[in-house]
Design a protein. Structure first.
Length: 394
């Protein structure tokens, strides 16, 4: 995408007539703001220079050691000299779709004006009146201002699109009428739908009937109050017909001149909700068991300990839950426990045992027996472990 200038406007004059070039330059020198005026005699050189400046690295990212030009903001072509101005306009327009091009015609005709417009010129200015070069400069700078605003908005949209396209979250933009105006490719990875399949009905018809009302109310509040940031969890059916639990957050950008829509980001939290349900189930179970029990995540961090664990160790629950097993066990004991878990993953056994030594809050060392079971999901993937701890007698 073409870059956009940020400093003083830069004007590229293309034409082999030196007198015409100086006439145009004088018009820009009388403008009410500073303008950098560059004149290029032949078309090939102009095309090379334009290509180099419009597509090079963003000026804010350049090395100060590199000599480089900022992008041009418009092109002025004069009718005298070679090649014919219509050919010049056509060649530049073919290379630069959005760059403003003005034609400054000495003794122009309706035929020339029509041909120039067909070739892609934005403004055809006839060199007559008291100050034709000044009038040309005024109109050129008006086009520059419009061009910069439009291209900055386009760059912003493209930047947002590229970021959203690579986001791990589903990003959807709804128009004021509720239709989908943008859907990033992540929806395919998460839910199995192609972006083109997500029309104005799909996001709503796939929401679980029991969750639809809550979703509707949450996002309706954000339509009424643009400052409100809705967030809601609900179930949605994927392309395979399975129900996935997702969390969606929204932003009301209907008044944003670039977005003009309601932006919703959605992420799949099915596994997290399953872990939370499992954890709650384990917590209910283990708190009714007299032995000390715990659960670990796949990385070896405590996700839960029961009341008996806290009573027997004398440790604070907030300290234990979230801590790594290495806080309490030696490297040798951790290695033995890890080997046991790997054996259980490869065998049909549900439980295994190993012993380890731990120092309690009084500074005494206790020998404990840990009866361990692995936790797996429906696909057999390891999700952690649960253990029952008892003191070794004798």
């Amino acid at each position: 995408m073409e870059l956009v200038g940020r400093g003083d406007p830069r004007v590229c004059h293309v034409g082999s007539d030196d007198e015409a070039a100086e006439w145009v330059r004088a018009g820009f020198e009388r403008a009410d703001r500073d303008v950098e005026f560059v004149s290029v005699a032949d078309l090939d050189t102009a095309l090379d220079r334009l290509a180099d400046t419009q597509e090079r690295v963003d000026p804010r990212l350049r090395s100060p050691l590199v000599d480089a030009e900022d992008p041009f903001d418009c092109v002025v072509c004069t009718t005298s000299g070679d090649p014919p101005v219509v050919d010049t306009v056509a060649a530049i327009r073919n290379a630069h779709e959005h760059l403003p091009i003005l034609c400054f015609a000495e003794g122009g005709s309706e035929r020339l004006a029509a041909d120039a417009i067909t070739a892609g010129v934005d403004e055809y200015v006839v060199a007559d009146g008291e100050d034709p070069a000044g009038g040309l400069a005024t109109r050129a700078l008006e086009l520059v201002d419009e061009y910069r605003i439009e291209r900055m908005q386009a760059l912003h949209r493209e930047r947002t699109r590229r970021i959203a396209a690579n986001s791990p979250e589903i990003t959807t933009v709804f128009s004021p009428g509720g239709t989908v105006t943008y859907q990033n490719p992540t929806v395919t990875e998460v839910l199995g739908y192609e972006p083109g399949d997500v029309d104005d009905a799909l996001p709503f018809t796939r929401v679980h009937p029991d969750d639809w009302q809550a979703v509707r109310e949450e996002f309706y509040d954000a339509v009424i109050d643009p400052e409100y940031v809705p967030q809601v969890e609900f179930r949605v059916q994927n392309a395979d017909g399975e129900w996935r639990t997702v969390e969606a957050r929204g932003r009301n950008l209907l008044d944003d001149p670039i977005v003009r829509g309601f932006v919703v980001t959605t992420r799949d939290i099915t596994e997290r909700k399953e872990r939370e349900r499992d954890l709650e189930g384990y917590r209910t179970l283990v708190n009714n068991v007299g032995d000390a029990m715990y659960t670990l995540d796949p990385e070896g961090y405590f996700t839960m300990v029961n009341d008996a664990f806290i009573e027997r160790t004398g440790l604070d629950r907030d300290f234990v839950e979230g801590a790594h097993v290495s806080t309490f066990m030696s490297e040798e004991d951790i290695l033995e426990g890890t080997e046991l878990i790997l054996e259980l993953m490869e065998s049909d056994d549900n439980w295994g045992r190993f012993e380890f030594t731990v120092q309690n809050v009084e500074g005494n060392f206790n020998r404990l027996e840990d009866t361990v079971a692995v936790l797996v999901d429906d696909d057999g993937n390891f999700r952690g472990s649960v253990g029952v701890i008892r003191e070794v007698e004798g």
